[in-house]
Write a protein that binds this ligand. Structure first.
Ligand SMILES: [Zn+2]
Ligand SMILES: [Zn+2]
Length: 44
């Protein structure tokens, strides 16, 4: 687990790493079922 700033919204908090782009995003911008950030999920 890691903390820092979300790549999408810039909020500080616990981050998750996207499987495609490798960016770190907060729980609001991470899709747990696919392991992708919202940017990458939108492109699927
Ligand atoms: Zn966010
Ligand atoms: Zn991504």
């Amino acid at each position: 687990m890691l903390t820092g700033l979300c790549y999408i919204c810039g909020k500080a908090g616990i981050l998750h790493t996207c499987r495609i782009c490798g960016k770190n995003v907060c729980g609001e911008h991470f899709d747990f079922s696919t392991g992708l950030c919202m940017n990458c999920k939108a492109r699927l």
